[in-house]
Ligand binder design. Structure first.
Ligand SMILES: Cc1ncc(COP(=O)(O)O)c(C=O)c1O
Length: 358
């Protein structure tokens, strides 16, 4: 499937220059059809044995798809509802307490900072911050965890590669990584990688993934053992947790979501993942160059799919652009307007954005 054929799978692109996958990716037709198919089965047959057998099989297909996007083994990937849930499971599951320090960057997403605030309030965990670029050098003797973005949601900057050399476990928030870039969790050298299904993988809101390095499997306690986390749920109080990352799966995932996520993943896969990643990064770089040429000040970024630039009133710019069919967002608490550029976009989307900026 070439770039034009991929683009044609996303109806929203017929009317809008949709540049907001960093919030939620555009939805391909196939995802809607797959979700509808799950509902048709539920309506026609009810939701009993065959429905749950299908859900169980499709969950494992989705786990395998997410694992591929992370360069991981399926057994090391938990199915969650979001990046935030994965972060909560790590920060709570490590059993950190008073005297333990977590090192993070001050401008991380609330999905990462919020769970840290809770750990500080409830467990007396100490939180220290340093700029994302300096985190590897900032780790000290009390640091038990470094928790930061793989790709910063504010700027599109990449986490420093030197994090992989730390002795301390690293939790990467991969909300802006999985699906956007070729992620290889082994090469990143992290202990945990949490990511979203609704952003760069164009799936429904309500699915995500958490990768747990085998070396850290035993250090992470499940935050709660529910039906899908147990080896034999019928064993009552003698039930044992599943041996792998499935012990961290979210308690309840909907068949319509799982099928839609798989269909979206297959749509992107049909274009070829290297092509998807390369096209998005190239278009984002083109946009960055065009904005710079206009004299706009860009946030320092890496070779990622996010492009942020400064504006006097970022929310007003977002609203004005939305009025012309150009969908971007502002980043609260920063001077930035952010465009998210995917393989489904094309040069016309970028031209529309530049024209709307005036
Ligand atoms: C860096 C980062 N982390 C976490 C999140 C939250 O993602 P989710 O809604 O999947 O929890 C976002 C969403 O914008 C994000 O950009």
């Amino acid at each position: 499937m070439d770039a034009a054929a991929l683009r044609a799978e996303f109806p929203v692109l017929e009317r809008a220059a949709y540049l907001n996958a960093g919030t939620c990716g555009p939805v391909p037709r196939a995802a809607r059809d797959a979700a509808r198919d799950a509902w048709e089965q539920a309506v026609a047959e009810g939701r009993s044995g065959p429905y749950y057998a299908r859900l169980a099989a499709e969950r494992e297909r989705l786990r395998a798809a997410y694992a591929q996007r992370l360069g991981a083994e399926p057994a090391d990937v938990a199915l969650t509802t979001s990046t935030s849930e994965g972060v909560v499971r790590v920060i709570e599951g490590l059993g950190l307490g008073p005297g333990d320090e977590v090192l993070t960057a001050p401008d991380e997403h609330p999905g990462l900072l919020g769970p840290l605030l809770a750990a500080r309030a409830r467990r007396g965990v100490r939180i220290r911050t340093a700029p994302l670029a300096d985190l590897a050098d900032a780790a000290g003797p009390a640091t038990r965890l470094v928790a930061c973005s793989h790709v910063a949601w504010t700027t599109g900057a990449l986490a420093p590669a030197a994090l992989r050399d730390l002795d301390v476990p690293v939790l990467l928030d991969g909300a802006q990584g999985a699906g956007a870039l070729a992620v290889d969790v082994g090469a990143l050298g992290c202990a945990f990688y949490a990511a979203s299904g609704q952003k760069w993988l164009c799936g429904p809101v309500g699915l995500g993934m958490l990768w747990i390095a085998p070396a850290h499997r035993d250090a992470l306690a499940p935050t709660g053992l529910t039906y899908p986390n147990l080896e034999r749920p019928g064993d009552g109080l003698d039930a044992a947790p599943l041996p792998d990352a499935r012990r961290h799966d979210a308690p309840s995932l909907a068949l319509e979501h799982v099928l839609a996520a798989l269909a979206a993943h297959e749509t992107l896969a049909a274009a070829g993942w290297p092509a998807v990643h390369d096209r998005a990064a190239r278009l984002a770089a083109d946009l960055a160059a065009a904005l710079t040429a206009r004299g706009l000040r860009l946030a320092p970024r890496g070779r990622t799919t996010l492009v942020s630039w400064e504006a006097a009133d970022p929310a007003a710019v977002r609203t004005r652009l939305a009025g012309t069919g150009v969908v971007v967002r502002d980043i609260p608490g920063t001077p930035y307007v952010r465009a998210s550029v995917g393989a489904w976009n094309d040069a016309r989307d970028l031209e529309r954005l530049l024209a709307a900026l005036g």
